[in-house]
Design a protein around this ligand. Structure first.
Ligand code: ADP
Ligand code: MG
Ligand code: ZN
Length: 656
């Protein structure tokens, strides 16, 4: 990072700035010493001096070229009577005698005056007469040494001090090179990797994204081919998608495939407290990268600088400048050299329009959460890193992890390996894998939390309520497992549903209503069996309400509002919060409609449970006993009970 020191503008050269500061400080220091020296002396007139002589007040006179320095007689200090052995021997340790100490003290206590030099023939005679000591200082005949002591030495010391100070500051605050180095994007700012070691093989389940990026790789390999036909390479690609889907990984893979250097940094690292810092870092980054082209610049989390400029109530000068500089550089660089910029974000909607126009990040590559096959492929990539038993079934695991991103899956495989170690095994089993899925979804088992018998019963009936609503309705996913072992993330038990074969991308309104019914069946079971309401249903209620609201406001599934879009989603790739687009009256009406839907679903859940009361009791008993029940065992009991009771399940719903 140092090769640009020479051509830095002089006012930014830290060495020069040190020098100027040191010189100023040295001058100030000398002035201060001088004024201190003279302030301890008092100026008197020559005639006052003569009067002092007459009055016998003068002890010593030093005659120099331009002045007389007059020492007044000191206050009398008496030598102590008798001998103080202790004091004497103490002083002897330092090689001085007590009389010497007294002499020194006397000299120090003398008052000092000075007066201008006057040629006075009789003065020396008078001094001799009174026996006053006089002398003239030997002129310092080594001006070089003098100059060195008063100017060069302090200069050097101050210079050094500053240097050390700023060094340690820059270390503490990381990057930026301290006060003086602000603006130089230094090694900590971004990483340069000459080979990332990641290839497309390491990224699974993102086939479309890889395809789009393939072209960039090809270009980096062989820019001449494109130049020959006159095609311009897109300068930038923007990777968009939820966290953990492999955006950073993809960017690295592009560099690895193209075998070019990879400059990576995070958007937030550009922006500092000081206006102009980010901009100069951007400038510097592009300069470094241009020198190494062909190469890839990767700006992670670009939304930190690329935020739309107009939407801000309080504008942020620093960020705007940084963004402007980035826009500038993107226009300025010569893409024929093979400099490609890849950026990643999960909030594309807040990016400045100028960033997205053709010629900048004009290529948008969506990196979605993986589908079933994608998840299986990702699991395959990561399972290679751990030792497994031969009979593991990644397909099952992929089925159970709908909605998980690549990072989650990588994490699950690792959790499974950790569990295997904990269990004292040398290989990862299918059980480890499935358990780790649950750990990620619901938290670790909390064996030490003992539920009271009563609570355990309530939780069991609650969970079986969910499961029965699942089994008794058509449009639901089958139960995979029910457990009432408390988990660290707060749930006291849960019912795990898992799709049978294929993943679903669409949900019909029937399916949504069935799902809401499943959510509410937990509370319905509590009410039916114990005639009580517990806090355990809070999460169910939240999810059911959200589904009902979305049905009405976003999916156009209510008769009352038809297909009006009453809400829209913001931050699609993050929390997916929705904002309301309708009037207050409509909002009220929507709320009422939600309440109606939930009520209907709750009633339906209650009906299902009443109809299947025998199964509910049976399965809950089993669950209280065993704490966990598999989906298969659950269906066995359910089927045997409904068959023997001759279908007290006379709902229109068919059984599964
Ligand atoms: P982000 O999209 O937030 O930048 P990362 O690229 O940092 O996500 O992914 C984090 C980790 O998750 C990666 O290091 C990798 O181990 C794993 N991962 C994510 N997506 C995939 C994928 N498609 N294939 C393989 N591993 C993945
Ligand atoms: Mg990332
Ligand atoms: Zn529940």
């Amino acid at each position: 990072m140092n090769n640009d020191k020479k051509n830095r503008p002089p006012f930014r050269n830290p060495l020069l700035i040190f020098l100027v500061i040191s010189i100023v400080a040295t001058i100030l220091l000398n002035l201060m010493v001088f004024s201190l020296q003279s302030s301890s002396k008092q100026e008197i007139s020559y005639s006052d001096f003569l009067t002092m002589l007459d009055e016998d007040k003068v002890d010593e006179v030093i005659i120099s070229q331009d002045r007389f320095v007059i020492y007044e007689k000191p206050i009398e200090i008496k030598e102590p009577e008798g001998e103080n052995e202790a004091a004497e021997s103490f002083l002897n340790m330092f090689g001085i005698s007590s009389s010497e100490v007294i002499k020194r003290a006397r000299e120090q206590s003398r008052k000092v005056y000075y007066t201008g030099y006057i040629y006075d023939e009789r003065l020396l005679e008078r001094l001799d007469e009174k026996g006053i000591k006089y002398s003239t200082p030997i002129q310092n005949n080594n001006p070089i040494l003098d100059f060195f002591l008063t100017w060069i030495l302090p200069l050097g010391i101050i210079y050094l001090l500053f240097f050390i100070l700023t060094r340690s500051m820059s270390k503490r605050f990381g990057g930026g090179g301290g006060i003086m180095g602000i603006g130089q994007s230094n090694a900590k700012m971004y990483n340069v990797e000459n080979s990332t070691g990641v290839t497309f093989k390491d990224v699974a389940g993102q086939e479309e994204a890889k395809e789009s990026l393939d072209e960039i790789v090809d270009y980096l390999h062989n820019p001449a081919k494109y130049r020959a036909i006159g095609a311009k390479q897109p300068r930038g690609a923007l990777l968009v998608g939820p966290p953990g889907t492999g955006k950073t990984l993809l960017a690295k893979a592009v560099a690895g495939e193209a075998k070019v250097p990879f400059f990576s940094l995070s958007g937030s690292e550009f922006v500092e407290m000081f206006v102009g810092v980010g901009a100069s870092r951007v400038r510097d980054l592009f300069k470094q990268a241009s020198a190494k082209a062909p190469c890839i610049i990767f700006i992670d989390e670009i939304d930190a600088i690329g935020k739309s400029r107009d939407s801000q109530i309080s504008s942020n000068d620093e960020r705007e400048q940084t963004l402007n500089q980035l826009l500038n550089e993107m226009d300025g660089f010569d893409s024929s050299k093979g400099l490609v910029i890849i950026a990643a974000t999960n909030r594309p909607e807040i990016l400045d329009k100028a960033l997205l126009r053709p010629g900048r990040f004009d290529r948008r590559i969506i990196v979605e959460k993986p589908d079933l096959k994608g998840r299986e492929d990702i699991l395959k990539v990561h399972i290679k890193n751990v030792k497994t038993e031969p009979d593991i079934n990644l397909h099952d695991m992929a089925l159970a992890t709908s909605g998980a991103a690549g990072a989650d899956l990588a994490n699950m495989v690792n959790e499974a390996a950790l569990r295997a170690v904990r269990m004292g095994r040398k290989t990862v089993s299918q059980e480890d894998l499935m358990e780790s899925v649950e750990v990620i979804i619901a938290g670790k088992e909390k064996k030490d939390r003992i539920l009271s018998e009563k609570e355990k019963e309530i939780v069991a009936f609650h969970e079986v309520g969910h499961a029965l609503a699942t089994a008794a309705q058509k449009h639901t996913q089958p139960v995979h497992k029910i457990t009432i072992v408390p988990r660290t993330m707060g749930s006291l038990g849960y019912t795990m549903q898992m799709p049978e074969e294929e993943e679903r991308y669409l949900m019909s309104s029937d399916e949504i209503l069935d799902q809401i019914t499943v959510f509410l069946a937990g509370r319905a079971a509590e009410e039916l069996v114990f005639n009580t309401k517990t806090t355990g249903a809070a999460n169910d209620i939240e999810r059911a309400t959200l589904l009902a609201r979305n049905m009405i406001t976003q999916y156009g599934m209510s008769e009352k509002f038809g297909m009006a879009g009453l809400e829209s989603i913001q931050n699609k790739y993050l929390d997916g919060r929705s904002v309301s687009n309708c009037s207050e009256e409509t909002k009220t009406a929507v709320d009422n409609e939600i309440i109606r839907v939930l009520k209907e679903c709750y009633d339906k859940a209650m009906r299902i449970l009443v109809d299947n009361r025998t199964a509910l009791d049976e399965i809950a008993k089993y669950l209280i006993d065993k704490e966990t029940i598999t989906g298969d065992r659950f269906m066995e009991i359910y089927k045997s009970v409904t068959e023997t009771t001759g279908g007290d399940n006379n709902d229109e719903e068919s059984e599964r």
